[in-house]
Design a protein around this ligand. Sequence first.
Ligand SMILES: NC(=O)c1ccc[n+]([C@@H]2O[C@H](COP(=O)([O-])OP(=O)(O)OC[C@H]3O[C@@H](n4cnc5c(N)ncnc54)[C@H](OP(=O)(O)O)[C@@H]3O)[C@@H](O)[C@H]2O)c1
Length: 291
Amino acid sequence: MKPPITIIGAGAVGTSLALALHAGQYPIRSILSRTAAAATELATRVECGDAAGLDDMRLPSDGVVFIAVPDDALPEILARLCAAHAHAERHPDSAGLAAPEGDDCGPVVLHTSGALPGDILAPLREFNASVGSFHPLMLFPRGRSTGTEFTLCPVAIEGDVRAAAAAREIARSLNSRAFSIRPEKKTLYHIAAVFASNYFVTLLSVVERTGTAAGLPREEIVTLFEPLLRQTLDAVLRTTPHGALTGPIARNDRDTIRRHLDALRDIGDERTLSLYIELGLATARLAKEHE
Ligand SMILES: NC(=O)c1ccc[n+]([C@@H]2O[C@H](COP(=O)([O-])OP(=O)(O)OC[C@H]3O[C@@H](n4cnc5c(N)ncnc54)[C@H](OP(=O)(O)O)[C@@H]3O)[C@@H](O)[C@H]2O)c1
């Protein structure tokens, strides 16, 4: 039987997860979010009768809880869950969780951060929870989640044995591609993801800025550069970064590189100049790697 799901954080990832799990016939038990209205809106979409703000947060006695909030908010969520549990234990008649029943019971609690290990949720083990992390290696732009993002999405999983097993089972039923990551390596893994997505986006903003400086119409730049971008990515995916490298540094066209540097100095674009030099040095090292 599919475990009931609680989602904490009705943002980009929380929304996609709720939609995907609902489509996969998982019962969505509760949606909690900082803004009660956001929780209610998502709950309506996934036929969930229990939506609330964080003040009403409780750790359920079973099922799977996903925490999909910004990394910096995780300690606060954790503190609230611990305090709510302690309160429920002192006032057993108040709404809250059932008493722990043994090692194989209790909730599984997974956060979706790429940078932090599941162990950050360790205090919840005291309440019979099994903890871990479930990081979709995918871009979830806010306000545009459909739930289909999880199909074939690689998901990095680590944590307690029971939590990791539950996470893998969920990934399997969402048709995602689960893979293991060592908890102590998550920061490095996340740096790789930041380069693959965030810094790549930043680089594209440099393409836009420099293209505009070259007199190209801003609204056409993406279209004009799209074939080059796609071909570059295809070449890297088909071969290796080194195998896909072309351009003045790979060819050792020194005069061209000098002209590039002069042109950036001429237009006074110091930001692009320093990025060009830094990336140029990295590119030269890459070009030399297989000489
Ligand atoms: N976006 C991505 O591409 C992506 C990909 C993989 C993993 N992740 C990870 O997934 C997690 C959530 O990311 P996201 O992109 O879904 O974030 P998000 O869209 O900004 O949503 C964050 C959610 O957390 C709530 N929240 C925001 N600040 C809070 C605070 N200080 N205290 C408590 N709750 C707070 C928000 O509530 P309200 O909306 O109700 O205010 C919102 O529901 C992060 O760990 C992130 O690293 C993100």
